[in-house]
Design a binder for this molecule. Sequence first.
Ligand code: SF4
Length: 664
Amino acid sequence: MGSSCGWAGKVLRVDLSSGEIEAESLDREWAKKYVGGSCFGARILFNEVPPEVSALSPDNVIILSQGPLSGTLSPASSRCEMTAKSPMSGIISRSNVGGNFGPQMKWAGYDLIIIKGQADKPVYLWIEDDNVELRDASHLWGQDVWATDRLLRESNRAVGTDIATLVIGPGGENLSLAACVMNGLARALAAGSPGAVWGSKRLKAIMLRGNKGVNIARPAEFLQLCQELRKSLETDPMYDSVREWGTIGWVGSALSRSPSGKHQTGGVRMEGIEEKGFEPLVEKHLACHGCPLHCSHFLNVKEGKYKGTRGEGLEGFVQVFGLNWKTNSAPFLTQYNNLCNQLGLSNSSVGPAITWAMELYKRGIISKEDTGGIEVTEGNEEAILELTRQMAYREGFGDVLADYPAGAAQKVGRGSEMFAAHNKGFHTYGFSPGIATSLHYTLGHNVATRGFDHLTGGTSLFAPDVRAEWGITRELLAKIGQERYGDATLFTGDPWAKEPRWARVVYDQENMMMMADITGICKFATKFNLIVSGMDLSIFAQIVTAATGEDFTADDLAKTAERELLIERAYNNREGKRRLDDYPFFLWWQLKYGKPNPMFNHEQLPLKKENYDAVLDEYYRLRGCDLKTAIPTRARLEELGLEDVADSLEEYASLETGEAATRS
Ligand code: SF4
């Protein structure tokens, strides 16, 4: 076994204030405990960014991290993680991108790149293996993402074309809370304003090329496991539809057609933005590094108002915004998606802000006087595109929307906060009560450590009647319920019933999905999406063992996922988050203010508080958290070797008194 098998073996630290760059060895015992990716990120954030550090200060850190499978021959091993304190929510921000940056970073020899400080002028970081430099980026500041990527490639042409970039656009430079970090032209580290953290540090880009490859401890065994896994993925009922449509099919279109999605979409159906609407635009399929699923598309609008709009995309969330905005045009959504990518904005954060503005405008809470003359009405495509642009440059009403949700609602006032739905300060995906298609999926969204999140405990496929056309039939759900939980009716009955066992389902999904982020694998290759044959903890254990030469069992990996989740939860607890913050928006409002949010008809909502409480209690029991405060217990933290986390929680708790101890 080589000393760096699976892991690349090095940590790169960059201080933008002093210009110091230092590489150190990755401690292998530490790596075995935390395994990689998002767990590395959470551990370092907890140690290095305490509550007294604000998200846009030089002392916040950008942590880019890889897992032991990143950049290997394992299917879908493309992911790169970024962790930081979020300027949007003030808690942990954890985002993840496919493409090619993660593999290239690994091939350059780094499991972690940790960046802190603030440069005195714009810089970009150049990395080719051991050659690391901070370079002047003054000429790039102000350029959009696509132009920056092109200019960087032109000026480094001698090195070759196989180079990966992470870039911010005007959104990040202007500290818009919708700002993301783009990998290439169309993939994003998006959740929780990572682009604004980069902008605050005057870090415009990282350009990186790795030439070293990855050492594998047991290559023959590893290769065989990867080949078997690839074959097995092909047998999944979702496999063909994911390859054909990606989330355009099984998210946006499925929600458009399904009455179960009405709380996310307003119950409207728009065929123009379902997958058939995109069919004439698709030129080819695209994939991230090493991915047999190739769920992405290159779109080209060949006629009409948006003729000439070309680019990679888009994901199902954009269709959900299309439903909210009543914009029944696939070419328009392609243009919206491209504009966000160019400006370095997360389409998933711009969308909710504009949806909020549309709702306020409809109700007369804001008018043309507030918006600088823009009519924010349903279907007004020009208004949506202009507000998107303004959000990146913080111009006009865009300066308000750039602080969505809490900051924007504070600026507008007039009761607008009742519509600014969020969980732990991170927005939901539109004006919504904060619920999803079932109680268990709602729980997964709202206990998630980065705030409202479909990608930590996601159980979207377990909801009956939403994706039957994609092969997720009631018969299949009955079979899965029987095989995994000994009850064929678990997923086929009322999705909003009082069923504490759903806490276990969310717990299991969280562990499996976090292991994807920890090892460097796309979640679409797990049982989150390929519900029958996708990767789960036992498959991860075999492949990570073959890659690293260290013996991991499924139980070991479950413990690692638990470690990450409890570190993240403790991080948020230290920032003041409590049980109240794990409720969906409409219940959070009611509990916080002692009266219902009048914007929701509670009688008509399918979720009842007592049913949610039963599942939430059970979730805390499984995770080892106090039922009243939602804080991990010392006993559970010690079981996981996290005594220092327990000590830190106690130290901060002792600084809190009275009301502050239970604030949210
Ligand atoms: S499934 Fe899609 S997003 Fe995931 S790695 Fe493959 S191509 Fe990329």
